[in-house]
Design a binder for this molecule. Sequence first.
Ligand code: SF4
Length: 344
Amino acid sequence: MSEPAKLSSRPRVLSGMRPTGKLHLGNYMGALANWVKLQDNYECYFFIADLHALTTDFADTSALASNTLEVALDFLAAGLDPARSTIFVQSMVKPHFELPLYLGMITPLGWLERVPSYKEMQENLTHKDLTMFGFLGYPVLMASDILLYQPEFVPVGQDQQAHVEITREIARRFNQFYKLWEQEVLPEPKVLLTPSPKLPGTDGRKMSKSYGNTIQMTDPEPVVRQKLKTMVTDPARVRRTDKGDPDKCPVGDLHKVFSTAETLAKVYDGCRTAGIGCIECKGWAADALVNILQPIQERRARFSDAQVEEILNDGSFRAAARAEQTMVQVRSAMKLPSSTGASL
Ligand code: SF4
């Protein structure tokens, strides 16, 4: 087993992702690419939130283990480094089962019912019965995931700040009820805003697995090129001779994120003057995507399943040790008996 990374003088950050299967470029640009950079300046904890998957996918867990492995592979492929980051699986760290119970005792129902994603997901996932205790309580699970590691920051995009806010509220409430030697036990984490560029899927809507419009991190070059070929464009540009506008075109949005300034200039000029065709333009976008994906896919191919499992075991062991430190304080503050060691 490798030694824990000696990075404790750096501010700690923590973030996680549900195991939804192979990740796509939206996941990469919205989270992973930022996480990779954070490794230079922060003590990093990154986890696969398999217990969160149960809040919506409890009826069929057959793919949970394989999806967890795929996501771990994508983490490593993106450049997360187990020597610098603690990479772990939520369900392999037992304090993730204990702290939600305590925090659930003090979290008012109204706080959970007003979380925007609670109503949104119920409206969007109409084929699933989400009137479950676990689904309503997922912000408590999420708050526990974060607070167990007492991080200074939680890296999130603009649209996820509400998640950190309820964590801060729950921490504040805990600290009002319970103290340890007059000290607060659960520091309120701060938001670390990370870039989360607009990334359209092949149908022009936000890239999302649920829309079936993704370009996956594992897509080979021919698949990427084929997906680009069928991607929607500026609806005003029907014929080759029609002028278009990259600002109204999902392919243009991809160029803005992935292409060089030189290519982007050619796209703006060629599209607005009808000097280029959409097929040519999509070819340039595909070139840029292949360029990004190639090193990621090469890194992915270097890891065997057995190596990934070892990395997750090692990371989960280290995470459990850190989480248990918090739990000792929590139990002590709550005047509960501690079971140090037994839950590792
Ligand atoms: S030329 Fe490019 S940016 Fe312009 S409409 Fe076609 S695909 Fe979109």
